[in-house]
Design a protein around this ligand. Structure first.
Ligand code: PLP
Length: 431
């Protein structure tokens, strides 16, 4: 049985100094009703806690570590970079190099602005969309998470197309009212909304592969509809590829589904595990950003040389050896197929949804297309599955509404071990 004595003590102490003992809510393990392991180190596919437990990690820092933890090439580049100073607040060659690399992967990102988190990227992209169109209203989809800025921390009221209500105390009602929420994958709702008020809408922001209600791919025609209605009404289409960029495919969801958004947000992999994110798009739109244009955006640590170095090293490896994408996707496929077969074997209603190297095991008997479908999954089965896995060294995201990720270091042996533990968990659930 898993020994977590030191982690439990550490959590008690952390709770005295930080709300809920953590610096980001999902880390607290509330949704699975237990306490989190405190992590001491990570390497390759493995993560280790302060009680010396070892886990095969499918969280991967919530997505960034596609090369595995502490990739030697990334670490070496950081070791070289740090003695040169950790921040200058002045231009460097590295930033242009990273911008060029990003454009090579995602040609729609002709110009970019580097920022420090996905939240900052989406928040700034919204400002650009509003500034560029001169409109205030934005559209988002229920179950998509775009970080915690006011305009985006909004949930649906009742009804199909709703003016948002704040999802958290502290989000002003007036701000939330400018956020219109629609059900994900609902093509008719999108068309109807744009028929009614398309000319007042600044942008649609969407996770083109949703990852924050679990992994939910777009249905056929959904992204195409978003592209068509925004174009027809002079609104911008923002792809939030913070999670699915470099995961759905080498060029993100926009390459996989062949849709060109006006603006794209990236985070996670683009920073190689350091605090770095990006928003960007056509030169025409991005030229409106300060200082070349009037739309203000800035950051003391933006383009930080250490963070950019980690991002550059990661993207360089991926660019040099694009077979990494296929290898990681093949491992994810093998794992997902295995999970599906085991669920069938033990008669546990389950659907595994995967796009590229992100996946979610939903405890339900039908495909999950939106947040309502995700919410209808069996929460007890998830908890049983999660806890059995954690206590046997398999570290999945501690919530049924999350995606899991695979890295280059998850090979046959890791997948086999993961499936062996999964089999025990499915057996338990079936009994
Ligand atoms: N957008 C998406 C799709 C995300 O998954 C996340 C975080 O998980 C964010 C934005 C916010 O990024 P950050 O946590 O770096 O602020």
């Amino acid at each position: 049985m898993l020994q977590l004595g030191k982690s439990e003590k550490a959590f008690d102490e952390a709770k005295r100094y930080m709300p809920g003992g953590v610096n980001s809510p999902v880390r607290s393990y509330r949704s699975v009703g237990s306490n989190p392991p405190f992590i001491s180190s990570a390497s390759g596919s493995r993560i280790y806690d302060i009680d010396n437990n070892e886990y095969i990690d499918y969280v991967l820092s919530w997505g960034p570590m596609i090369l595995g933890h502490a990739n030697p090439e990334v670490v070496a580049s950081l070791q070289e970079a740090i003695p040169r100073g950790t921040s200058y607040g002045a231009p460097t060659l590295l930033e242009t190099e990273l911008a060029k690399k990003i454009q090579a992967f995602m040609p729609s990102m002709e110009m970019v602005r580097l920022v420090n988190s996905g939240t900052e990227a989406t928040m700034s992209a919204l400002r650009v969309a509003r500034g560029y169109t001169g409109r205030d209203r934005i559209v988002k989809f229920v179950g998509c998470y775009h970080g915690h800025s006011d305009s985006l921390l909004v949930k649906a009221g009742s009804g199909l197309a709703t003016f948002g209500v704040p999802d958290s105390p502290g989000v002003p009602k007036g701000v939330a009212e400018n956020t219109i929420t629609l059900p994900y994958n609902d093509i008719d709702a999108v068309k109807q909304l744009f028929d009614e008020m398309g000319d007042t809408i600044a942008c649609i922001i969407v996770e083109p592969v949703a990852g924050n209600m679990g992994c939910v791919p777009p249905v056929e025609g959904f992204l195409e509809t978003l592209r068509d209605v925004t174009k027809a009404h002079g609104a911008l289409l923002i792809f939030d590829e913070v999670m699915c960029g470099f995961r759905a495919s080498s060029g993100g969801a926009q390459k996989l589904y062949n849709i060109k958004p006006d603006l794209t947000c990236l985070g996670k992999i683009v920073g190689g595990g350091m605090p770095l994110a990006v928003f960007g798009g056509s030169s025409k739109i991005m030229s409106e950003v300060a200082p070349s244009g009037p739309i203000y955006q800035a950051g003391t640590l933006s383009g930080n040389p250490v963070a950019v170095t980690a991002g550059l090293a990661t993207l360089s490896m991926l660019q040099r050896d694009p077979t990494i994408f296929k290898q990681v996707e093949d491992s994810t496929k093998a794992l997902c197929n295995g999970l599906e077969e085991l669920a069938k074997k033990y008669n546990v209603p389950a659907v595994v949804q995967r796009v590229g190297s992100m996946f979610t095991l939903f405890f339900t008997d039908k495909p999950v297309h939106n947040f309502d479908d995700a919410s209808a999954c069996n929460a007890d089965h998830f908890k049983t599955f999660f806890h059995h896995n954690l206590s046997h060294g398999i570290y999945y995201a501690p919530s049924p509404f999350e995606s899991n990720f695979v890295s280059m270091c998850h090979k046959g042996a890791e997948i086999d071990k993961t499936l062996a533990v999964a089999e025990e968990a499915f057996k338990m659930i079936s009994e």
